[in-house]
Design a protein around this ligand. Structure first.
Ligand code: EPU
Length: 337
């Protein structure tokens, strides 16, 4: 395995930021991983997956381990349930399509989410009424310091809305090398409650959707709203949807009668950050070669050539404006590096 120097990370982050890695290692096997961790055992390493949830503000001085472990296998198939193991470097959407091709149900609502399988549990990816945790069985991790392998099961992961143990208590300690999902082989639980999916299926006159119909509907919706990172650099939702008190929500409703909100408990309401940013006047705003997406205000975009600081400063300006207008603190969902 060779170590490359001063390698551009532009092709490896979906924001398309041209930051570089002082040392870069293309990790293609568990043997490569062991070699890399032994080689740099006294240094902090930077683990790169699909690069779909990060904003690079500077070059990376730490050795960058680009996790390209590949492989998908069915571990167990009985009583209508299947356990499927995917290696960390598999592209998430390709894996979802593989599951659909094998008639394994569960992940179809998570179609077209950018990124890799191994990074999906870190922020418990979610879309259209389904989160990764709903079908997660376990993941294998490698301890960066000791190079020992361990298994985390569902209850070990503290999954929550865009949160897990890997982003909090155990941050930076482990590398996820593979993930096992529990999926259905028949009697799939089709989830079409999310308004946009229902409308899309109705428009296509589909009344008893298959998992592939749901996947296709999600793909159509995402393509209509979210920019394709291959065409316009972005990291999906830049902020999390904030949760505020019912009292605060009622106060805001007096001033902004159209403010949307979804009840998460008797006293708490989740407000779409996209609405807050749009109402603050940022939707579709373009500054030189970066800005806020025209169809989804939650997505910041790099039209080409923007640097990480420019996008970060825009994010901070959005946070300040939303705080001034609504007294709500938006939290960045993307990892700023
Ligand atoms: N809205 C606006 N203006 C906008 C965008 C949204 O007013 O520019 C309001 C509308 O009221 C709309 C509501 O927000 O009805 C919800 O919008 P949408 O269905 O697009 O969902 P979201 O809450 O903005 C979340 C996830 C997305 C995920 C969608 C669908 C977060 C931070 N984002 O967005 O996830 O695809 O739901 O489930 O929870 C991602 O994490 O990268 C991502 C794209």
């Amino acid at each position: 395995m060779t170590v490359q120097h001063n390698t551009s990370l532009k092709p490896f982050n979906t924001f398309g930021i041209d930051a570089s890695a002082k040392s870069y290692l293309d990790v293609r096997s568990l043997g490569d991983l062991k070699f890399a961790l032994t080689e740099y055992k006294d240094e902090d390493v930077f683990v790169l997956g699909g690069g779909s949830n990060m904003l690079l503000r500077s070059d990376i001085d730490k050795p960058v381990l680009h996790l390209n472990l590949k492989g998908i296998e069915t571990l167990k198939n009985e009583n209508g349930k299947v356990l499927v193991k995917a290696m960390a470097g598999e592209n998430w959407h390709d894996f979802v399509l593989w599951c659909i091709d094998h008639n394994y149900g569960g992940l179809e609502n998570l179609s077209l989410i950018p990124g890799n399988v191994g990074t999906a549990p870190i922020q418990n990816i979610g879309a259209y009424g389904v989160e990764l945790k709903d079908h997660f069985f376990s993941c294998e991790v490698c301890d960066i310091k000791t190079q020992e392998f361990a298994t985390f099961y569902l209850n070990d992961c503290n999954f929550n809305y865009r949160e897990s143990v890997f982003k909090n208590q155990e941050k930076g300690k482990f590398i996820i090398t593979s993930v096992v999902f529990e999926l259905t082989t028949n009697e799939h639980e089709i989830k079409t409650d999310y308004g946009a999916i229902k409308n899309q299926l109705e428009a296509e006159n589909i009344s008893s959707p298959t998992i592939r119909d749901v996947s296709n509907a999600v793909i159509t919706i995402r393509k209509s709203k979210l920019p394709d990172p291959k065409e316009i650099g972005n990291s999906g939702s830049f902020f999390k949807n904030p949760v505020i008190s019912q009292e605060h929500y009622l106060e805001l409703q007096e001033q902004f009668p159209k403010i949307p909100g979804y009840k998460v408990s008797d006293s708490a309401i989740k407000v779409p950050a996209g609405w807050l940013i749009e109402t603050s006047g940022f939707k579709g705003k373009r500054f030189n070669n970066y800005g806020v997406h025209e169809h989804q205000a939650l997505v910041l975009v790099n039209y080409g050539g923007a640097d990480g600081d420019e996008i970060y400063n825009l994010a901070v300006l959005i946070q300040k404006t939303v705080s001034r207008l609504f007294d709500i603190n938006l939290i960045m969902e993307v990892n700023v590096i």
